[in-house]
Design a protein around this ligand. Structure first.
Ligand SMILES: CC(C)(COP(=O)(O)OP(=O)(O)OC[C@H]1O[C@@H](n2cnc3c(N)ncnc32)[C@H](O)[C@@H]1OP(=O)(O)O)[C@@H](O)C(=O)NCCC(=O)NCCS
Length: 205
């Protein structure tokens, strides 16, 4: 297991920086949750961010994130604008298989920052973290088939559509929707990053 002191606590991209949440972030996180409730209702209804009602609850959630980071079971990154320090997005990396190792990726963008490429930019930095620092062999990502914006982020990050789980969720109209299953392997990420010549490929484990 990779111990948390060996992990970076800041990732930088052209426009953004990513940092783990820290004690004292509760009030900021509550404001993020309150203004994004409607925005996240369709595809992130189970995200605890959407049900926060006060700062104590928000601070407790932040403390859970810190504990998860320390255990190596999940890494929640807050994504911020480098110039303004505004909260822009959140990236989630969850351990799914310690032996492989494999992780899953999740993301939400702040409603005032959607459609500007921030999530793709931050997700690519988070993927470098997963492959280089967590030594992942594989990363998976699931999204609803109607969540076109999310699928586009996955594809822009080099994920391959591997399959679909049929009719496993209710749609707002009472019908059913499928879940799209994406995967990204270590060697594919290395090829993807060297092709786009933005980053050096991750070293072999
Ligand atoms: C899914 C979600 C995170 C995608 O966010 P997003 O803002 O569309 O994704 P990005 O930040 O990568 O932005 C990409 C868009 O910005 C546009 N863009 C604008 N300026 C840009 C720039 N300077 N650089 C790159 N892209 C730019 C791109 O063209 C792209 O638009 P397109 O998808 O219409 O082609 C967001 O819709 C969301 O939070 N939804 C609710 C929660 C959710 O569904 N989470 C995922 C669950 S699986």
């Amino acid at each position: 297991m990779i111990s948390s002191p060996d992990l970076p606590t800041r990732l930088e991209t052209a426009r953004l920086y990513l940092r783990p949440y820290r004690a004292g972030d509760g009030p900021m996180y509550l404001m993020v949750g309150l203004r994004n409730r409607a925005h996240l209702a369709r595809y992130e209804a189970e995200n605890p961010l959407t049900t926060l009602t006060d700062t104590v609850e928000a601070e407790n959630l932040i403390r859970d994130f810190i504990a998860e980071w320390q255990k190596g079971s999940a890494y929640f990154w807050g994504v911020f604008d480098r110039q303004t320090d505004d909260f822009v997005a959140q990236i989630y990396i969850g351990l799914t298989d310690r032996a492989l190792p494999a992780y899953e990726l999740g993301y939400v963008v702040d409603c005032e920052h959607e459609g500007r490429g921030y999530v793709t930019e931050a997700a690519r930095a988070a993927l470098r973290f997963v492959f280089e620092h967590l030594r992942a062999h594989r990363v998976s990502l699931h999204c609803d088939e109607t969540n076109v914006r999310s699928a586009r982020v996955a594809e822009r990050c080099g994920f391959t559509l591997e399959g679909r789980i049929r009719e496993d969720k209710r749609a707002p109209d009472g019908g059913f929707t499928d879940t799209l299953c994406y995967g990204l392997l270590r060697r594919e990420f290395a090829a993807f990053t060297s092709q786009s010549s933005q980053n050096s490929p991750p070293p072999a484990p």
